[in-house]
Design a protein around this ligand. Structure first.
Ligand SMILES: C[S@@+](CC[C@H](N)C(=O)[O-])C[C@H]1O[C@@H](n2cnc3c(N)ncnc32)[C@H](O)[C@@H]1O
Length: 237
């Protein structure tokens, strides 16, 4: 069986999805993805004049929320390894002419960001394609690139616990999303993978467990009855 967490496999998957990702993501979350990104960013109260790193940035879907409170001294670094996503992120930069945005086409596990660069780290919907070992490496990287007392907030789509919501949600993930994938991309298989990752991911409790280390203060956060979940925290030394 192929390893669905193998970086090359994930990179190709997002290369393929890039043309339709925004639309499908918006429809499949009933418009909630935008709200969740905003909430995820708001969790850590970003201040002006700071450096924010947006990991697994895609085409910069979180940027408008991050840059809402910024000034000429603020800097945003967006990182993603999919060439197609990064090409779109470079185009997206034009919408934020007044802001300093650096886009890095890099694997998060071999990134060139220097130690202690970031005041804040954000990541929207970039957790589910990592296995436990990779989540551990992600925790190492976030610890490395954050300044002391720097904050982070990470979110992903999750499987709700509610006995009422869960069956609808799973039906939607497994049946409706692949149809939308076929309509927008001509390929139901690609979008089926998102359902597979989400089902395996469950929610961010496991990520919370992995990030719950002496160097972080970390909290588990649920959004809209657990249809999304995340962690937020601070580097404490
Ligand atoms: C679901 S998209 C999220 C995009 C965006 N942050 C958002 O809010 O919609 C996940 C992104 O993570 C990127 N990604 C996955 N694994 C990565 C890795 N190891 N290094 C860098 N980027 C990665 C993918 O290329 C993809 O663009």
């Amino acid at each position: 069986m192929k390893d669905i967490y193998e970086p090359k496999f994930v990179e190709k998957l997002f290369d393929k999805m890039s043309s339709s990702y925004s639309k499908v993501n918006y429809i499949t979350s009933f418009g909630f993805s935008e709200r969740w990104r905003r909430q995820c960013v708001e969790e850590i109260g970003i201040e002006k004049g700071k450096i924010v790193v947006d990991l697994m940035t895609g085409m910069g879907e979180c940027w408008k929320h991050i840059l809402k409170i910024s000034d000429k001294n603020s800097k945003l670094i967006g990182l993603d390894f999919s060439s197609e996503m990064i090409n779109r992120a470079e185009k997206n930069k034009r919408k934020f002419e007044k802001s300093i945005i650096e886009v890095l086409k890099e694997n998060v596990f071999q990134n060139s960001i220097e130690n202690g660069t970031a005041d804040y780290v954000i990541s929207g919907f970039g957790l589910k394609t990592f296995n436990d070992e990779q989540l551990g490496e992600l925790a190492n990287e976030i610890n490395r690139i954050l300044k002391p007392n720097g904050k982070f907030s990470l979110i992903d789509v999750s499987v709700p616990k509610s006995k009422i919501l869960k069956p609808f949600y799973m039906f939607y993930l497994k049946n409706v999303i692949p149809i939308l994938g076929k309509v927008f991309l001509g390929s139901p298989e690609t979008y089926k993978m998102l359902g597979i990752y989400t089902e395996e991911f469950g929610n961010s409790k496991n990520t919370h467990r992995i990030f719950n280390r002496p160097e972080f203060e970390v909290e588990y956060v649920e959004y809209f009855f657990g249809c999304a979940s995340g962690i937020k925290g601070q580097k404490i030394k």
